[in-house]
Design a protein around this ligand. Structure first.
Ligand SMILES: *[C@@H]1O[C@H](CO)[C@@H](O)[C@H](O)[C@H]1NC(C)=O
Ligand SMILES: *[C@@H]1O[C@H](CO)[C@@H](O)[C@H](O)[C@H]1NC(C)=O
Ligand SMILES: *[C@@H]1O[C@H](CO)[C@@H](O)[C@H](O)[C@H]1NC(C)=O
Ligand SMILES: *[C@@H]1O[C@H](CO)[C@@H](O)[C@H](O)[C@H]1NC(C)=O
Ligand SMILES: *[C@@H]1O[C@H](CO)[C@@H](O)[C@H](O)[C@H]1NC(C)=O
Ligand SMILES: *[C@@H]1O[C@H](CO)[C@@H](O)[C@H](O)[C@H]1NC(C)=O
Length: 368
């Protein structure tokens, strides 16, 4: 879970450093996170050193245009927003300030559905003096969305899930920040705890080169529960010039043909789902992977043969193969069944490519 999130963030950082016309880098002022690609996801804007979510209230198509234009280096055609989102937050976490770890402050912890702008952040002293201790009970802490490593929205990992903390009744403060910073190995002398800022309203006229030329209001007064989920993509009506007729939804671009691994619906072009494939251009169906093959990725032009030791004997969008059970083996790839071990041999493990000869003093007169 943790590794996955970090990887996602690195991917988005990697992709979002697009330079726009006036030299404002998209990845430095805004980004889309938690989406399948850098052109889809929840919109965050960097303001006052913290990455904050943008609220859906008062969001307008002009703002979508400016955002997507930045992310797409002015090559976008059209785009659409938006979607709701809730967090499950922890609250009623109170510290005296001297605790070694946050779990010592969690006696009264409770959970609630919270608004994303209720969440808390900390800023620790700049120097890291020791490496992170984390907690005795396996409760982890991390700071996310901060401009520097020593600050950001607080997330606490409990039972395998990273959760935000809600600032219910203004209970969050410097004492709690002390504990978090201490856990992370930072100096605590200037630790401050605060409510994570939220971009409340972004208003663009549509002509801005960069989102930071739009009006951005900060605060915690979102009048709506919704934040922005943005799709920077084409709409097919804009993809009808001679050279580019199809809107490829997964790339977000107008294309002259609907590539292999995809299928056409109207003039939109979608990725084939996992377990299916399409080898040719401009087709309106994908095919199930044939017997003995599978495909665990979307948008593919062929399927992969089951490895040796595995088989698949069904058609129906298989995304993996079955392993050969004990007593059987498969020495070839792309097979629909396993072979029984011959008499005089055995196999006590699954997913094997050979059987083992019976040891001296033992025998096996039946196969399998
Ligand atoms: C935008 O431009 C940058 C720098 O030229 C490039 O690396 C990036 O891939 C471009 N983005 C898109 C969506 O084409
Ligand atoms: C917040 O304050 C209200 C009103 O004073 C109280 O009823 C509620 O229990 C408090 N919640 C917490 C988590 O302390
Ligand atoms: C908050 O925690 C205290 C104990 O620390 C507990 O007495 C109280 O009931 C809790 N409040 C809520 C709303 O869960
Ligand atoms: C973690 O899960 C265990 C077992 O389900 C539960 O007893 C415990 O209260 C959970 N911890 C927290 C902090 O929710
Ligand atoms: C583009 O398509 C129009 C009809 O839609 C046609 O008249 C024109 O000749 C085409 N141009 C090229 C370069 O193919
Ligand atoms: C797909 O399967 C390959 C092995 O064929 C594996 O390396 C890869 O991690 C899998 N990808 C996903 C997304 O499951």
């Amino acid at each position: 879970m943790k590794t996955q999130t970090i990887t996602m963030q690195m991917i988005f950082f990697g992709f979002l450093f697009f330079v726009t016309r006036k030299g404002v880098v998209a990845g430095e002022v805004m980004r889309l996170i938690n989406g399948p690609n850098p052109l889809q996801g929840e919109l965050q804007v960097l303001k006052d050193g913290i990455w904050s979510y943008a609220c859906y209230s008062n969001w307008a198509i002009e703002s979508t245009r400016v955002t997507c234009r930045m992310l797409r280096n002015n090559t976008y055609r059209e785009s659409y927003a938006a979607r709701t989102g809730y967090l499950v937050c922890m609250y009623n976490i109170t510290c005296s300030g001297n605790e070694k770890s946050i779990d010592e402050c969690m006696n009264g912890v409770a959970y609630k559905r919270c608004l994303f702008y209720e969440t808390v952040a900390v800023r620790c002293g700049e120097d890291k003096i020791v490496s992170s201790t984390q907690s005795l009970l396996g409760i982890g802490v991390r700071l996310v969305n901060g401009y520097n490593q020593n600050e950001g929205k607080v997330e606490v990992g409990v039972n395998g899930t990273w959760r935000s903390i809600a600032n219910t009744n203004n209970s969050w403060g410097n004492k709690e920040a002390n504990v978090i910073c201490r856990m992370l190995g930072y100096r605590t002398n200037n630790a401050i705890g605060f409510q994570a800022p939220t971009v409340t309203q972004i208003r663009c006229t549509g002509n801005e080169d960069s989102i930071d030329h739009c009006s951005i209001g900060m605060g915690n007064s979102c009048s709506s529960f919704l934040y922005i989920y943005l799709y920077c993509s084409c709409v097919s009506a804009n993809c009808n010039d001679n050279s580019s007729r199809y809107c490829d939804v997964s790339l977000g671009t107008c294309e002259s043909e609907c590539a292999p691994g995809r299928y056409l619906s109207g003039s939109y072009c979608y990725s084939c789902s996992a377990g299916t494939y399409q080898p040719a251009i401009n087709q309106n169906v994908c095919y199930y992977c044939p017997f003995g093959t599978y495909q665990n990725l979307t948008g593919q032009s062929s399927c992969k043969a089951c490895p040796a030791g595995e088989y698949i004997n069904m058609i129906g969008g298989q995304t993996s193969c079955n392993v050969c059970p004990p007593g059987t083996y498969q020495d070839q790839t792309g097979q629909t069944s396993c072979k029984e071990c011959d008499a005089g041999t055995y196999q006590n493990m699954a997913e094997q490519t050979v059987c083992i000869a019976c040891e001296p003093g033992t025998y096996q007169n039946s196969s399998g």
